[in-house]
Design a binder for this molecule. Structure first.
Ligand SMILES: Nc1ncnc2c1ncn2[C@@H]1O[C@H](COP(=O)(O)OP(=O)(O)OP(=O)(O)O)[C@@H](O)[C@H]1O
Ligand SMILES: [Mg+2]
Length: 406
């Protein structure tokens, strides 16, 4: 690891093209001198689209909570009392793959080590020079940089029904929407049932034929293909959901699903998968890869039994994966209904959330694209908020006065 006390490397021009939709460089600097030096550095290094703003780490956290992360983030930590803790907060809001360079006024080896440990790519002590910046960039790009922010990958959440019609799609769509709109995360929602396009129906958007192409030819899956085919809903939710002809038998492999999830994980905070209840290898792989599996059950013996079978088929891989049960359509009744206590006994676990059977809510939303979780208050929104909290460990964010009401 290069010491900050070492002589800088010769100037080279390391900046390449930023991925579509991301600014190549965003900087928050605390004083006029650093701002001037940084502008000179950028000119010297041929970085054309740099956005340089006056501010510090608090402004960086604020900005990246609501906008896309740049490829390279430079943040001034001069005068900050707890820089490492602030960097950890910054890592929370950064997208995976961001390179963060901190600049500051404390020339301490201990601070440098702690910042590197927190995922910062480099720490430059002021005064900033083009040479220092170039060497900071050169040392870490394309050479197996191992910072925590770079390594951070999306949390993958797979939702599956213990049996048909229990509400797995309803839950996937609302959860994905909530994470994107209420928690300001970038979310990919993938509907792995390629024939029925249920997610497009729920969100009232057009199907994405590119999903079939991607899964059938996984060698072609890359960011560019996905950016082209994903359907945006608002600013942060991107959907892949197809409605292929029912006559077509579409086969895709477990490896194809793995490739798709792998690529999406580098671009999003969350990948939410609506997984059909089907014993095929590709669907099982999706469930195996997920950090969280949400098994939706209704209040029937069959559903409880199938949920237990599914959980034991998946295993927990030594606690690396979490399986949550959500009981939907509670109180629906019917001949095969069992009590909540019986349900809990069979599952050997309390359902993480219970959603009442309430046809009127869903009848209004059907086909209109109305998102039930968007309601500010109500049992359903509360359940979705609780699940989102479980996945993220984040408290709901208070809305800021300047954010538009939706
Ligand atoms: N709590 C509820 N109360 C009343 N209706 C509900 C409830 N939850 C979901 N529904 C309705 O039940 C139907 C089935 O829901 P959904 O499509 O989400 O289930 P699914 O498990 O994805 O089904 P599939 O097995 O077809 O994939 C939908 O019409 C939905 O609006
Ligand atoms: Mg479904």
């Amino acid at each position: 690891m290069r010491s900050i006390l070492e002589a800088p490397a010769p100037i080279e021009k390391p900046i390449s093209r930023a991925p579509a939709g991301r600014t190549p460089l965003l900087a928050f600097v605390g004083d006029a001198d650093t701002e001037r030096s940084l502008r000179d550095c950028c000119e010297h290094l041929g970085i054309a689209d740099a956005t340089i703003t006056r501010g510090g780490i608090a402004q960086a956290i604020d900005a990246l909570s609501t906008q896309r992360s740049p490829e390279l983030l430079i943040v001034d930590i001069s005068g900050v009392a707890l820089p490492v803790s602030d960097i950890n907060n910054l890592a929370e809001v950064c997208e995976p793959g961001v390179i963060v360079i901190a600049i500051g006024d404390r020339n301490e080896v201990g601070l440098y080590r702690d910042l590197m440990h927190s995922g910062v790519s480099d720490y430059i002590v002021k005064p900033l020079t083009a040479q220092l910046l170039a060497s900071a960039l050169q040392g870490h790009r394309g050479t197996g940089w191992s910072g925590a922010i770079q390594r951070k990958l999306a949390t993958c959440v797979a939702v599956v029904g213990a049996r048909g019609g229990v509400g797995a799609t309803t839950l996937s769509v609302n959860l994905a929407w909530y994470l994107a709109e209420r928690q300001n995360r970038r979310v990919a929602l993938i509907d792995l049932d390629l024939h029925n396009g249920e997610c497009t129906l729920a969100l009232n958007i057009k199907p994405t034929p590119g999903l079939r192409e991607a899964l059938v030819n996984p060698a072609r899956i890359d960011n560019i293909l996905l950016e082209r085919v994903m359907a945006p809903v608002g600013q942060r939710l991107f959907v892949l959901s197809a409605e292929e002809p029912l006559r077509d038998s579409i086969e895709f492999s477990a490896e194809a699903v793995e490739t798709l999830i792998g690529v999406l994980r580098q671009q999003f905070h969350y990948v939410v998968l609506d997984v059909p209840r089907n014993p095929g290898a590709a669907y099982l792989r999706a469930l195996e890869l997920a950090d969280f599996r949400i098994i939706v059950v209704d209040q029937t013996l069959r559903s409880a039994r199938d949920a237990v079978r599914l959980r034991s088929a998946l295993g927990e891989a030594g606690g690396k994966h979490h399986t949550l049960f959500v009981l939907n359509r509670e109180g629906e009744g019917g001949r095969h209904a069992i009590t909540l206590d019986e349900m809990q006994r069979i599952l050997d676990l309390r359902p993480k959330a219970v959603i009442p059977f309430h046809p009127a809510w869903f009848a209004a939303a059907l086909g209109s694209g109305e998102i039930l979780a968007a309601a500010r208050r109500g049992k359903f929104s509360d359940v979705i908020a609780g699940l989102a909290l479980e996945l993220s460990g984040r408290a709901p964010q208070p809305r800021r006065w300047w954010q538009r009401a939706r």
